[in-house]
Design a protein around this ligand. Sequence first.
Ligand code: C2O
Ligand code: CU
Length: 469
Amino acid sequence: LAGAGLAVAGCREVAGQLLSSRLPLPRLFTVPLPIPEVARPVRPGRYEVTQRVAKAEIVPGTRTEVWGYGGTFPGPTFELRRGSAATIAVRNELPVPTSTHLHGGVNPPDSDGYPTDLVVPPGHHAHHGGHPGEVLHQGVKDYHYPVDQRAATLWYHDHRMDFTAPQVWRGLAGFALVRDAEEDALPLPGGERELPLLICDRAFEEDGSFRYPAAHDGAYMEGVEGDVILVNGAPWPVAEVSATRHRLRLLNASNARRYRLRLAPGGRFTQIGSDSGLLAAPVAHEEIPISPGERYDVVVDFSAYPVGSAVTLVDALSEGPVMRFVVARRAADDSAVPARLSRPPDRPPAVATRRFDFRRTEDVWTINGHPYRPGVPLARPRLGTAEVWRLTSDFHHPVHVHLAHFQVLARNGKPPAATDAGWKDTVDVRPYEVVDVLARFDGHRGRYMLHCHNLEHEDMAMMADFEVI
Ligand code: C2O
Ligand code: CU
């Protein structure tokens, strides 16, 4: 089975269908790397953000209509602190309904961004053909986040039923960083030496607007990939760095594209954290495979390169660049990556084993043979317990579980890769692979989802409810 999986993986490395841009591609490494603004609370613990249509200059010399939180793409970064609950009021001034999910958050079900729990723009009325159980909030919804979880790189994005892929493609995504005392006590690089990097791909029309296929175009059932790589919304950007350690919070926010990140002309990423927080100890990698939804928190030591040199973040899968760092100057560096980073929660024993098959069934993507049925849970784990979930697949499916964090136990019965370390919420299940994860159900009872984070697969029904009881 392992051999078959690898053979198939070898010829199916690209998960989606490539859409080409109809304008001249921007020049590499000319646009400076933007850093998303940090959201300011309107009062302690309360934020307000408006989803709106705006114009952005993404490809130099052109204007792109974006749908952004705060009118920007990416949206503002929310800085959250463990132990300080936050409310984010999301106001919708877009022409479409939305639902906001804080990916990786341990949040109550009514603030989790359920696909039919929608914020509708003012004046928008319930239309017929709505989904059973649909809840419509007029204009604005308060999302309540207890922030009772470890420091981690989270992100937020739209989660509207059947329309997540096109709405995220237009820009509805951003970072939310959780910090805590355990992390504060570490001498990790911070301030300007901590860079959140939201990586995604897009295609553009001649006039600079985003190019995306017509809704549910069967030709794009495998997923949509663009030919321009954006980091924080800028095409193949460049960032000047000092010859010191930098912390890079890598997020793959692409709809369908996977990457294998490397440094050219060579070098190492020291991984300090996974999707759900710091690792117990750092792990060095030459290559980081990152599928849609996943995060890798890494430190790169630019003192390993001569001042004046260029260090390019490249994708070994497409053999193309992602962005460039220019090592501009020497500087003092009192940061370090300690050998002991944190005390992540232990693995509890599993009380049950369940199996979820991610497959194509006729013309939809299914889990255990079912296209998504909102309100029909496929599993009822008990609060405070852990279960082994066996994930199998016929294609590349980055599987994301809401609420629960998990550890990868095995791939095809063999020990997981070094890059699978730590507590996670998203794992790439490769073609014909069997991935066992140990998932903990903590924090809240109620209705959540698991789904493929290839957003076209998700919209084409590869999602299921589970209910924590
Ligand atoms: Cu990032 Cu349910 O998704
Ligand atoms: Cu999938």
